[in-house]
Design a protein around this ligand. Structure first.
Ligand SMILES: [Zn+2]
Length: 282
């Protein structure tokens, strides 16, 4: 039987744990080969670790965050971490976006070729990344989406992308935060007197998607502690007193016990809705 293989494509260290840490932990635990591709080392991110002096730590943030990501991967049981080798672009509109070497400035075909080389080697049936707005509009997330989608469709195209054994992944997913879930979290935060991190003028969080786009929900309640521990391994990004962690106090296990996805493409018969991204493949 063919080895089952799961590939997650992300922009920065910490995105994997927040959006699909439970899914990675669950599939690793089930013996599925799990590979995480991270485009950048997040070198222009925040430094919220109280044990670090931000000025001193800033120049070495890339290596600090690489270490944090390796620790998170060990917690989640991720089999292999691969960096795509670009630099963090910073938020949309920042001057940083035009710096050569940043992911936003990357040559698209070259970035796709790098990811295709990984796909041909680890041969995933399932590929998961962000949706077309990159989850919340960060340039690196949008680019991770574009590169992952292109690589999904062209990994078997040996003429356009020569080298290696062509491979055709079966299913493509976008990670998703359904509006109903985001609203429930928002209301619970308000009731608890917490800052509503999702608030926007029209009341909708920018990253929330319509519920009817959500086709798969993976139960990660058994992996919840590992997901949270992996999030906390990103010490510069998610301190123990962070909003993310308070959410669990307010909402309990419910806050993080399911991870949602939108199935964008399937080359195998699979039910809708699904509770397993490998439905139809085993
Ligand atoms: Zn990110």
């Amino acid at each position: 039987m063919t080895e089952l293989s799961f590939l997650a494509v992300h922009a920065h260290p910490d995105d994997e744990s927040i959006t699909m840490g439970g899914t990675l932990a669950r599939y690793a635990q089930e013996g599925i080969r799990t590979t995480l591709v991270t485009a950048t080392r997040g070198e222009v991110g925040e430094i919220l670790d109280k044990d670090l002096d931000p000025q001193e730590a800033a120049p070495r943030l890339a290596s600090i965050r690489e270490g944090e990501l390796r620790a998170a991967c060990a917690i989640l049981g991720v089999h292999e971490l691969v960096f795509l080798g670009y630099e963090d672009s910073g938020m949309m509109g920042e001057a940083r976006n035009s710096v050569p070497g940043t992911f936003w400035q990357a040559d698209q075909a070259e970035a796709v070729a790098r990811l295709i080389a990984i796909i041909r080697r680890v041969r995933p049936q399932v590929v998961a990344t962000y949706n077309e707005i990159g989850g919340y509009g960060h340039p690196d997330h949008i680019n991770a989406h574009r590169v992952a989608v292109m690589a999904f469709y062209h990994a078997d195209d040996i003429k356009l992308f020569p080298g290696g054994e062509p491979h055709r992944p079966s299913k493509l997913y976008y990670s998703a935060f359904p509006k109903s879930q985001v609203r429930a979290i928002s209301q619970a935060m308000k009731r608890a007197g917490m800052e509503d991190r999702f608030a926007r003028d029209d009341g909708e969080a920018p990253f929330a998607v319509d519920d009817d786009r959500v086709t798969a929900q993976v139960d990660v309640s058994d992996q919840l502690q590992r997901k949270l521990d992996a999030m906390l391994a990103h010490r510069t990004q998610i301190p123990p007193d962070s909003w993310f962690m308070k959410l669990r106090e307010v909402l309990g296990e419910r806050a993080w016990s399911r991870e949602s996805y939108e199935r964008v493409r399937s080359r195998v018969e699979a039910p809708t809705p699904e509770d397993d991204l490998f439905a139809g493949l085993r």
